[in-house]
Design a protein around this ligand. Structure first.
Ligand code: PGA
Length: 256
């Protein structure tokens, strides 16, 4: 294994936990586990808890992310949060195009606008892509390519070093740990994404974009996904709300 490799271990809390007290408790434990880590750890709580995450100094390896963002900087958009507001809250990373947002109506065109808006405001998008189901003749691979094509349509080469791609097959999200992708099968997708990026931006830039995996990651499958799957990190839902499990994954990634 490559001892110099820095993994991204990202927690997506979704619409959890139910109150700020619990959010602070979970975050406090994760903060302890994030001290002096090689990996980049990013916690993405609901917007309403962002402020509560900044009590005291954060370890260098720990950053705060958001789970979504609007593509305009200000104006009459009831209920939306703008990139400039997130910058003001010291947010660095933003998950975009998560499949749960796509179920609520977000499409690739909108995700593409959001990526552009984040990049122009100095934020770092964690761009989610992934097919809903797999078929035997590889149509899911075409689906994935066309998704990448649209969401990256306006991203220029100089912006690429601030992008993280999260491959999250919808069929693997929120399931049992045995339902996560196998390392072998993820490897194929990582190659597809790298090939897409190097065709569009050249090999050197294309290959430098971190490609992470999300979907039922747990301490028991994380190692295979990172190792055999050749992923640059993990986007973790459920297990990121359990500080013990999440810390175990951080430790595991640090020791790979
Ligand atoms: P999960 O969620 O780890 O609970 O499957 C991952 C995600 O949706 O980002």
């Amino acid at each position: 294994m490559n001892k110099d490799k820095k993994y991204y271990i990202i927690g997506n809390w979704k619409m959890n936990p139910e109150n700020k007290k619990d959010a602070k408790k979970i975050f406090g434990e994760i903060k302890k586990a994030s001290q002096r880590r090689r990996s980049k750890i990013i916690i993405c709580p609901p917007f309403v808890y962002l402020n509560a995450m900044y009590t005291g100094r954060l370890p260098k390896s720990l950053s705060i992310g958001a789970q979504n963002c609007f593509w305009k900087e200000r104006g009459s958009f009831t209920g939306e949060i703008s990139p400039t507001q997130l910058v003001d809250m010291k947010v660095e990373y933003v998950i975009l195009g998560h499949s749960e947002r796509r179920t609520l109506g977000e499409d690739d065109g909108l995700v593409s606008k959001k990526i552009k808006a984040l990049l122009s405001n100095g934020l770092r998008p964690i761009v989610c892509v992934g097919e809903s189901e797999r078929d035997g003749d590889g149509r899911y691979l075409n689906f994935l390519e066309s998704q990448l094509d649209t969401v990256f349509s306006d991203v220029v080469s100089a912006e690429l070093d601030r992008v993280v791609i999260a491959y999250e097959p919808v069929w693997a999200i929120g399931k049992n740990e045995d339902d996560a992708i196998t390392g072998h099968s993820l490897y194929e997708i990582v190659i597809l994404i790298k090939r897409f990026l190097s065709r569009k931006y050249g090999k050197e830039r294309g290959f430098s974009v971190p490609i992470i995996y999300g979907g039922s990651v747990s301490p028991s499958n994380a190692e295979g996904i990172l190792g055999e799957g050749n992923a640059d990190g993990l986007l973790i839902g459920r297990e990121s709300l359990d500080p013990k499990s999440f810390s175990k994954i951080i430790e595991l990634a640090d020791n790979l």
